[in-house]
Design a protein around this ligand. Sequence first.
Ligand code: URP
Ligand code: ZN
Ligand code: ZN
Ligand code: ZN
Length: 522
Amino acid sequence: GCFCGELSSPLVSSNRLLIKGGKVVNDDLSVVADVYVEDGVVQQVGPNLNPEPSTGLVVLDATNKLVIPGGIDTHTHMEFPFMGSRSKDDFYTGTKAAIAGGTTMIIDFAIPQKGCSLTEAFDTWKSWADPKVCCDYSLHVAVTWWSNKVDTRQEMETLVQNKGVNSFKMFMAYKDIYMVNDGELYEAFSFCKELGAVAQVHAENGELIAQGAKKMLAMGITGPEGHELCRPEEVEAEATQRAITIANAVNCPLYVVHVMSKSSAKVISNARREGKVVYGEPIAASLGTDGTNYWNKDWAHAAAYVMGPPLRPDPSTPGFLMNLLANGDLSVTGTDNCTFDICQKALGKDDFTKIPNGVNGVEDRMSVIWEKGVHSGKMDENRFVAVTSTNAAKIFNLYPKKGRIAVGSDADIVIWDPKATRTISAKTHHQANNFNIFEGMVCHGVPVVTVSRGKVVYEGGVFNVTAGEGKYVSRPPFPPYVYKRVRQREQVGGKEMKDSNFIAFYLMEKYHGLVPALTVVC
Ligand code: URP
Ligand code: ZN
Ligand code: ZN
Ligand code: ZN
């Protein structure tokens, strides 16, 4: 097929690429095959391909290597203005680091201040990203406030219909900044469902965090350990349960971002067992390290791990989350990449509540998951592809353009050496900050070559990237992977759905004094 009409970059259009002799790994099948790429799109997958040689043909040998769909990082914050600072990795260094680690697409978050326009936030983030991105990207949008007057609904609808947004994040924490209450969650979830969007939540009880933080500071606990102590696991688990309950009351699919604790993961896993449409996203940090670091004697070290929700001091947490990721209870992985250097973290030197929240991960996610997931024996190569790429593509309606190596798919491809090792270090990483939370970790599983839309952008440690070369990727509403099930539930379970809606309505009114819009019984 010819896709020339869509091409804007001559670098991409001149490229014909043949990847020879590797094992092509998709989420459902592995097969030894060649992959032939033209115009940034996979044209053929099969044994012994022999395209006509010409000056434009690049041939890569993948013998004894895996050929996998490029990673999709579902959760990043590049150059995010946050907590009196701005995250250090911008869309250039952030996507370059992604590419070095075998990730070929990121989904970042446009986050409006309370009272500010959602579409304006989207346009702002896009204007930051477009000139800088080295790989494809997309944007979730946060709903940080709700108004029937200004009409938040109208803005969400515009984003879905005209801007290619099919996911909205609601914060249950960051009181007075981003936090929304249960009634607002209810409205947002209801409308996501109507639009065919995926509702995402930052699940932590913001009121309890505010009270807990006050208590810690009053007790004289001002260091990074206070950040975890003021918001124990149940603060995350309670919000997770509450979000699931509210989403289920309006039959809205729910995606819990940055699952950080065993308690929260168990809540998600139980809900899935009850048939609820909910997805959990552990991140590289929660799978690869833990909250014992908050008690490190070196303040800078401890502060570098501060993020919300916090990493957990229970050292069995990463292994537990990996088990659930392997068995399907958790679905997909991101990083929450939101890097701050030591100087920025020092804003909270005397008060942990002022330490900018965020950690690295965009470069190391794939290797960390290979090491802790596949090399440890918990998952196979296909599940690895599912949780690093395919499931994200399915949930956010990018599949099979992204998340699969097949004819017609974007040639976002990584040649992966499962036997090679590398040692993660801030000294060698490509991220903009001067600390790496995985410092010293030896990982099997190394990206040897990264291909973005048919162009070799990274090979053996050498980059061939251009700022702005990546493209914004639109995501249509009603991802079939998510919404076919939602529809089916509605068609079949009509009466039961209405009853559960009614009960949710009744309980919310009784306990919270809220009267949500009467759009639920339809
Ligand atoms: O600590 C974090 N997670 N920083 C980024 C903002 C968020 O909540 O995702
Ligand atoms: Zn063509
Ligand atoms: Zn968050
Ligand atoms: Zn985040």
